[in-house]
Design a protein around this ligand. Structure first.
Ligand SMILES: Nc1ncnc2c1ncn2[C@@H]1O[C@H](COP(=O)(O)OP(=O)(O)OP(=O)(O)O)[C@@H](O)[C@H]1O
Length: 353
């Protein structure tokens, strides 16, 4: 059974006339890694700041472990230090003049904990992030990934109920980023900690999240597992935002008593995908990997306009009836720019807006 760790209801945060969060409801499950994605300025960081207590919302309610930390109705606002929340932000903000030990120990020092407890807890936190032995080093002596792990250890030392990560990996190079994604996932599983993770990188979100929340203009558009969002996007926005796709505005027609979807003027496909009636308009999402190319007759004929060789796959842009279609194939099937090819569509998703 899922236990809810945090509950957000009707959250509104305004900065002057800018509505950064616009009536947002979200439940966060205990022990899950929830990633928040969305275009720049959609309110991701503001949402984290409101949960952490760094910003005071204008309306709504936030509860952590059934305890209200913010409520306009009940006039409640708990300061960040009363919320048992750890956070790690993009620019790790380690103290440059303090050693690794002192950086990690800092939250306990300001709470005047005894030195034996501090030593034990710092060792525990450093062992979780696999940095034991680096206690005496200074941030400038560490790699970007190691510095980020020190910041994680510092956030974990207070045994937070919730860990908030705001683009913690965006300063790291691609390889280090991937290593750190594994590390964060491992720590989350080992410690059974609940993490809310803001990222602009949808591939990162797909790789490490239990669920992803897609935001746009201060609102939550869809929440689901990476697979649910990829395979069953509820809106055109989600379909485009999570992975690459072809969005086709289509309608249902009839041929010999059978309902068909008109993909292009001369390309139709049996409608096994929507519940729409004849004549109704539908929006379809077709993933590039769900289209194949062939030389022999298929559903429709197009011409290769662009091609990107990516090693493991080839991405083509096909021009079909003056419209463009993105197709991804195995590198074994190579076509030349300008070549005529037949397309075959294997799978379509209907999108409701
Ligand atoms: N302190 C502030 N003062 C005024 N406006 C702000 C402030 N913080 C955020 N905003 C505005 O609120 C909106 C949401 O900003 P926020 O930083 O939460 O977006 P974001 O999704 O995290 O963006 P990004 O991905 O670019 O970091 C934006 O329009 C932003 O300009």
């Amino acid at each position: 059974m899922k236990i809810i760790q945090a509950q957000i209801r009707g959250l509104v945060k305004k900065y002057g006339k800018v509505v950064a969060i616009n009536g947002l409801d979200l439940d966060i499950n205990k022990g899950e890694m929830l990633s928040i994605v969305g275009p720049s300025g959609c309110g991701k960081s503001t949402l984290l700041s409101c949960i952490a207590g760094l910003e005071k919302p204008n309306d709504g309610e936030i509860a952590i472990d059934d305890e209200l930390v913010f409520s306009t109705d009940r006039n409640c606002f708990k300061s960040p230090d009363k919320r048992q929340i750890g956070f790690v932000f993009q620019n790790y903000a380690l103290w440059p003049h303090k050693s690794v030990f002192e950086n990690v120990a800092y939250p306990l020092r300001i709470r005047k904990k005894c030195k034996y407890l501090i030593k034990n807890e710092v060792e525990r936190a450093l062992s979780i992030v696999r940095l034991l032995g680096k206690e005496r080093q200074y941030p400038y002596e560490l790699s970007g990934g190691q510095q980020q792990r020190v910041a994680l250890a510092r956030a974990l030392i207070m045994k937070p109920k919730l860990l908030l990560l705001d683009e913690p990996l965006s300063n790291l190079d691609a390889k280090l980023r991937e290593d750190m994604q594994y590390e964060i996932k491992r720590i989350q599983k080992d410690m059974e900690i609940t993490i809310i993770h803001v990222t602009h990188d949808q591939y990162e979100a797909m790789g490490i999240s239990d669920r992803i929340a897609v935001m746009n203009r201060g609102k939550l558009i869809q929440v689901g597992t990476p697979k649910e969002l990829y395979e069953h996007p509820k809106t055109e926005f989600v379909a485009k935002f999570i992975g690459k796709t072809n969005i086709i505005h289509s309608h249902v027609t009839e041929e010999n008593g059978c309902s068909k979807l008109a993909l292009f003027e001369h390309v139709f496909i049996e409608d096994r995908y929507t519940t729409a009636n004849i004549g109704e308009k539908v929006i379809l999402s077709i993933r590039p990997e769900d289209i194949s190319l062939r030389k022999e007759k298929g559903m429709g004929k197009g011409k290769i306009r662009r091609m990107f060789y990516r090693g493991n796959v080839i991405e083509y842009t096909i021009c079909i009836e003056n419209k463009e279609l993105k197709v991804q194939t195995s590198p074994k099937e190579e076509y030349k720019i300008g070549e005529e090819v037949w397309i075959h569509i294997h799978q379509i998703k209907g999108v409701k807006n």
